[in-house]
Design a protein. Sequence first.
Length: 333
Amino acid sequence: MRTAARPGHNPQCVHTAPCTTTPLPSHHRKVRLTTGRIAQRLPGTPNKHALKVVSLLKSQRLAVLPIDSYDLDSELSIVDRHEYGGEYDTFTFGSWSSHVLANGSGADSDTAFRPHVGSLALTGLGKQLQGIMSLVTSHFPLDRLQWVRIFSLRDGIISPHVDFLEWAEPGTRLQIPLRTSEESLHSENDTVYHIRRGEVWKIHTTDPHSARSTSGTARLSLCLDFAGAEEPIAIRDDIPAAEPIRIMERPEPTDAEIEELIESGRNLTPATMRPEFRRFAELHFERRAHATAAFDWYIEAVRRTGNAEMVAKAQAFRTYCIEKRSDGEAFHW
């Protein structure tokens, strides 16, 4: 697809006020509201796919850790070399992997996330990464902590998705980049943002969200999953945030861009359906659009093949990612 943005080029960044539990000054509130969107129909999207776009980022920056106090380079190299089992390949495109440092069993083979009861146990990998685990134990409570993982993302993207659909109650998910770059971005609904190294973010996992990195060096993000979604996480020994939250501004997509993307669906085949979805998910990071627009564009594109089975597969993928799935359910392309 041809767009005005260069491949891998980061859209312009706009700064907003830091997240805080106290009321923001009026001039900061106005800046925050510039990230808002009114309900609108995306250009080139059928009326039945009209999207109501949310107004504010729900994920929160909770703290900033003194990450430069930890010498982690050698341990991050261990993660780079660690093998990944591929449990989440359905959602991911390019190079994405999950590496478990601690879980409920301590088994290296126990890699599929699920809530559990009982104490946390280090895996073999976690025992090798004493510095990273020291960062965890020094700054976070352990009583509700259930999983410690590192997510690696290099020249890849995670499909827009909703977490915790499989379980009755969501947990609390924190992410702290240990190594990142300007090319590494997160998104939530219609908002794209960057998380800096050492920032602690509570990810709003029950709204559609995604992540992308166009860098050739893997972004490594520490992921901590806690039981319970309502009780706050008490973070110790953090440092003041020196910089405001980074929200990325993107231009509106044109009708021509969307039509070109959708029209490309005529060339889709059962064998190319999966890899070609990446192009639809990528546009959300380059143009101002809701994360779920990728599914609307994709389904409409697949319809142009005239293949009913492929259309059903595309619709099922949307359901699996953002609407409904059961514990242990696998999606097969």
